[in-house]
Design a protein around this ligand. Structure first.
Ligand SMILES: [Ca+2]
Length: 450
């Protein structure tokens, strides 16, 4: 249902934008300049390109009317309206400044923004500024994408004033932005030399996917750009967030497309994830379909994300959205068969005995096909932390039906099993307790570190 509505919205938007673009071209209005904001174009790379065939010019700044509300620990509940023309209120130049930016059709009154503001103030004695651009972020979507440039410029004008007139280090500014707000953050960062950090939450996909870096959020927009993907789609119309890596480090919880027990769009989960910020950190997992150990020990998703840890695409799993604090433990096993027998099929039950817990896992939950010297690699997310794994038991039970008994061996050998603990970034290989083994169907073999 949501996807159908989105599809309709995009089609209507394209139609409206086409009409508008035609009339603009007819009048030769391809560029517009707004004093200190500089000039904007609806031509390349913002429009008339393969991925952005049409684009609109942004509205004038006074129409867009970007507003900023400042919150501090002293003024936690009532925001102070600040601007570069009037007052900076109780903004404290000695403290870090977090600037939050909402997305398309959203407002700063959505529950997750005040909650995020509170989470930041609880975690850190800082300035939190909510950016309100709700007069310029509605339909047509194309117009909102154009207006995002002016909002980004508004943020940059404010921040650059703070830097220039109050001697603040640009590295002390951190912009956190959702959806189309991520584009705003990119435009702001492009204009703020040395900006510390941008966190993009489900950066918008339509009109930004595969565009020039100047059009979208990219690693050059701040010293550190971290991204969380929760609602992505590989195609333009099916999801709103991009799955493409656009930051220095991009996190893909649960694969980045859908979240467990969360049938709504990303915003709900953003709320959940952001609340984790000061409270919890997710264990890292550096995989592209498979775990690999990383010399930089992964990274942390959210508030604690670090420019000094692993970069690139990082994957992790979480528990259901109603299972706070959501953490899951990431393991991967590699089970290597011996060369004694040709093939078999059956149940493989692995039991891990760790210093903190013991847990059994049925490989593939039913029948596993094994061949001579084959390697079975599985990712195993567990809700329990096993601690240091001391022993692995492997139980083998050949599939019970008639055909199995004819063509699949009732005996099997395993050379070793390796367990990677993604959260601790350790890898331990376990060998049969007596050096070698032949496992009869229905029996269990014990493996110890070797
Ligand atoms: Ca950019």
């Amino acid at each position: 249902m949501y996807q159908s509505i989105l599809l309709l919205v995009v089609i209507l938007t394209l139609y409206a934008a086409t009409i508008a673009a035609d009339s603009l071209e007819g009048r030769g209005l391809m560029n517009v300049c707004y004093d200190e904001y500089g000039c904007f174009t609806s031509g390349p790379p913002f429009g008339l390109t393969l991925h952005r065939p049409i684009a609109l010019l942004p509205d004038p700044p006074e129409v867009i009317d970007t507003r900023f509300l400042l919150y501090t620990r002293q003024f936690k509940d009532k925001g102070q309206a600040i601007s570069r023309h009037t007052t900076l209120g109780t903004w404290d130049r000695t403290k870090a400044t977090k600037i939050l930016v909402h997305g398309f059709l959203d407002t700063i009154n959505s529950t997750w923004w005040p909650e995020m503001k509170d989470a930041f103030l609880e975690a850190e004695d800082c300035n939190v500024i909510l950016t309100d651009w709700s007069r310029a972020n509605y339909f047509p979507y194309t117009k909102a994408t154009a207006n995002a440039q002016v909002v980004g410029a508004d943020i940059a004008l404010l921040v650059n004033k703070m830097i220039k007139e109050h001697g603040v280090n640009p590295a002390d500014f951190h912009i956190v932005a959702h959806s189309l707000g991520a584009a705003v953050a990119g435009y702001a960062g492009h204009r703020i030399s040395g900006l510390g950090r941008i966190t993009g939450l489900d950066p918008a996909s339509p009109f930004f996917e595969n565009t020039d870096p100047i059009v979208r959020l990219d690693p050059s927009d701040a010293k550190f750009v971290d991204i969380i993907h929760t609602d992505g789609s590989p195609t333009l119309l099916l999801g709103f967030g991009t799955l493409t890596q656009v930051g220095d480090v991009d996190f893909y919880p649960n694969g980045g497309m859908n979240q467990p027990s969360c049938d709504k769009t990303s915003a709900k989960l953003i709320h959940a994830i952001l609340n984790l910020g000061p409270l919890d950190i997710f264990g890292p997992m550096d995989i592209q379909g498979e775990c690999t150990l990383n010399a930089n020990e992964g990274n942390f998703m959210g508030y604690h994300a670090s420019p000094n840890k692993a970069r690139g695409r990082l994957y992790l799993n979480t528990q259901r959205v109603d299972k706070a604090p959501y953490c899951i433990n990431h393991y991967q096993i590699r089970l290597i068969s011996g060369s004694n027998f040709v093939q078999t099929k059956g149940q493989i039950l692995l039991t891990f005995t760790g210093s903190r817990a013991t847990q059994s896992v049925l490989l593939d939950s039913d029948e596993t096909f094994l061949k001579r010297s084959g390697i079975e690699t599985r990712y195993i997310p567990l809700t329990t932390d096993l601690g240091t794994i001391q022993r692995v038991n492997v139980k083998f039970e050949r599939a019970g039906h008639l055909i199995s008994s004819l063509i699949y061996s009732s005996k099997w050998t395993f050379t070793n099993v390796t367990v990677i603990d993604g959260d601790r970034q350790t890898s331990v290989t376990f060998c049969p307790e007596n050096g070698e083994m032949v496992l009869e169907s229905g029996n269990t073999a014990r493996f110890y570190p070797c």
